[in-house]
Design a protein around this ligand. Sequence first.
Ligand SMILES: [Mg+2]
Length: 278
Amino acid sequence: MRRKCRVPGRNYCAPGGKIAAILVDLDGTLVKCQKHFDSAKRRYQKLMNMCGLNGRAVRKLAQKIELEHIEKHGFQRQALAISMAKAYRQACREAGKKPENWIVETCRDIGDRPFFQKPELFKDAAQVLTRVHHNFFIIAVTIGDRDAQQYKIKQAGLRAIFDDVIVTQYDNKSEMVAAAIKAHGISPEYSLFIGNSRRSDGQCLNNTHFLHLPLEGWVFDHAELPLDTKFSSTSARNWREAEEKGINDVYRQRQTALDSEELEGEKRRGCHDSQKQS
Ligand SMILES: [Mg+2]
């Protein structure tokens, strides 16, 4: 079935009646977020020190509890706040102190804060995506809490840019992308996934081409990319380079493929017409 891929101001038609898509991660790729988490963790450590605890150790404990929480329940917005409060209580117990309610509440406030910051986009990201919008179907693929991620997209002014938004609570982007490719009739050969994490985004190299854009990262983002897939991977240092090196490349390849598809069609029609005439 031929997909509707030509609308006023946009043409994302790909060969074989399919469409071409740019799939893009949100946190650390389009939206700056690391600084908000770093600042929350610094404030938490300071608060723990003020409570007479070993701030650094309690901060590490909170991180351990957070990872366990994510493993058990998936990515939930409350995970950081819950872990900070839990780590404080545990550290108090171990130190023979009585936890104070107002400090538990402050821990929760600090852990919630990063999710209510006005999202700030990386340099050139909005301009590049606005240009890309003319030639590609655009899908946001993000891990996290559904409401928090949708709120962030709206606040960042990106709602009109995305044709679809996929929010997953688990580290399973490759699975989600495979389903989206099927559902939208996307041609993986002429599409591209852009993300900052080699671990969670890099898995999508199994599904389509991959552009690594490491604008932010943390220790768990390092991983080997899948080997022997039929797609290619590249990397860029900023959004301008991502456009020049990755996006324009898949666009050009698609144009060439569409031209030869059209030529083939013309040839076939020519044959058909001359058969009719003879
Ligand atoms: Mg990311």
